[in-house]
Design a protein around this ligand. Sequence first.
Ligand SMILES: *Cc1c(COP(=O)(O)O)cnc(C)c1O
Length: 429
Amino acid sequence: MKYKKSQELYNKGLVNLVGAVNSPVRAFASVGGNPLFIKKAKGSKITDVDNNSYVDLVLSYGPMILGHRHKKVQKAITKALKNGYSFGASTKNEIKLAKIVCDAFPGMDKVRFVNSGTEAVLSGIRLARAYTGKDKIIKFAGCYHGHQDALLVAAGSGLATLSLPGSKGVPEGAVKNTLIANYNDLESVKAHFEAHDDIAGVILEPVAGNMGVVTPQNNFLKELKEYLESKGALLIVDEVMTGFRSKFGGAQELFEVEADITCLGKVIGGGFPVGAYGARNEIMGMVAPLGGMYQAGTLSGNPIAMAGGIATLTELKKQNPYDKFNEIAQIIEVFLLESAKKYDVAITVNRFGSMINPFFTDITVTNFKEAQTSDTKKFATFFWEMIKNGVFLPPSQFEAWFLSSSLTEKNIQKVAKAIDKAMEAVSKM
Ligand SMILES: *Cc1c(COP(=O)(O)O)cnc(C)c1O
């Protein structure tokens, strides 16, 4: 059987791990069937424990933008390992990565490294509250900002996939200062400001990737920023997914919008646990030891993770693959649309830079409600047919597919063939 070892490991894993996974999406709950267990990966390819090889369009949900085990990254972390793994004191490489990051984001004078995107955002929110002295935060339905209590409402992919409105275990008090607005709808933000005078700021994904890919329409980001300035509220841009992925300076650079606070993760660590939040001096001056906002971490700025981040970002800047990403995404879009037409399947394709995905719906998708019109059963069939034909996709309708700079012409042909087969399978449902 093709997935025998994965199935065996899954059954073993169920004993001492929750659902045999350490993050829910990995359980394949929304596409059915048993999850794959991975043995190794190199470049554009990932290999499971049964030795099936796939073109990897998951890329660890974004971080592996250079592909797996890029030789420069491998070399840097191997070197760092020789000097020790964690010191509880500062190292030169933290300063080096901080400079790379601050240079890439014009609105960022200082940055603080943490260990995950979740931590970056929860700290960024605390900072916005500390700086403004106000408590309320507006988030958009369908945007995901990690699993902190306050933002675990209307939070996109993981929760949409499991059809949970929020999460159990989150007390009402934890979300009472969270207001929900509709993506691409400035009026829904204004309505909150008319009803409340204690709003610290608005957090959003500048290009949403956790309800599937949804792009900001008609100057949405610029108008939002202008409006917030007029209200003395902060714009918190969660670039955990888009930072260094849509452009070296993130989506802010492309849309010419400067965040007050920027949150980073994923690509910044190149596969190691790194998150970061940053802002101009005036705001970062609130953070301990300079100011009265406490935030700390035993492993923050970990030397191996810093080495991985520096090597990844340095190589990424050198490669500058962003035009190539656009071209490849466009090619994949055409494959999707043409095969959907050939087999008479209704789809909408959204893409932005190196993020793309089809929605199995016949309407355009500009917010969470529209994304949810997708036929997730069709996606499940599509997903498994892609797997059978050697393409590893995120196992959810509401996750973006990611491109790496190590994709080859041959890989893209393989993706095209798989799409044709998968679309045919969907048409026979
Ligand atoms: C992945 C993600 C997070 C959470 O990051 P983790 O490292 O998984 O904690 C937060 N915000 C966005 C936009 C993300 O895509």
